[in-house]
Design a protein around this ligand. Sequence first.
Ligand code: FAD
Length: 183
Amino acid sequence: MNEATKAPKISFYDYIVVGGGAAGIPLATTLSENYSVLLLERGGSPYDNPDVTHAANFGNYFFDSSPTSPAELFMSEDGVGNARPRVLGGGTSINAGLYTRDCDKFHKEAKLTDEKLVNASYEFVENVMVFEPDVGEWQSAWKDSLVDAGLTPDNGFTYDYLPGTKVAGITVDKQGQRHTPAD
Ligand SMILES: Cc1cc2nc3c(=O)[nH]c(=O)nc-3n(C[C@H](O)[C@H](O)[C@H](O)COP(=O)(O)OP(=O)(O)OC[C@H]3O[C@@H](n4cnc5c(N)ncnc54)[C@H](O)[C@@H]3O)c2cc1C
């Protein structure tokens, strides 16, 4: 990571990727295997901010409107309040960390026809940045109430996209450390 203001006045790249979020970072990383790539991110580093790195601080940044905040609050055109990221790692640096695999319908719509590659990609992500959460009392009661209300079967812990109720993955490790595409 380098400050863009300190970059040389003229430089050349095969590709310039704008936005270091969940989409931009993997794209830039993959391209950089064969090409020279510049990744431009308007926000700061996620690593020196405990509000980003520690999930226990989730949401603090929604009240931080300073220029160095990792989040920017905004109002949608329909008048709905929301937050968007401005930090390397993008929305994954400020989001709730829920992870699940997608459904076959989405794979078809997105034309992800290479099932082997899709599954290998899920497995890669699950190995490097997704964890099984500790299910606390509140979460457990919430899950049981969904099952009681008829959202069955209870699938237990799984990354798979299934009808019913389940415990999904989380991008926070057992030490409470958040993992993002920036890692
Ligand atoms: C509060 C919240 C909770 C969420 N919870 C979940 C969840 O639990 N599970 C889940 O799967 N998803 C969740 N999401 C959604 C998920 O985080 C986003 O869909 C995802 O991170 C989007 O990734 P992206 O790369 O498309 O965009 P972004 O992550 O938005 O990345 C875009 C990046 O581009 C940068 N940028 C913008 N303009 C410029 C510019 N002109 N020049 C340079 N850089 C620029 C931004 O600073 C940002 O870092 C949540 C989102 C929010 C806001």
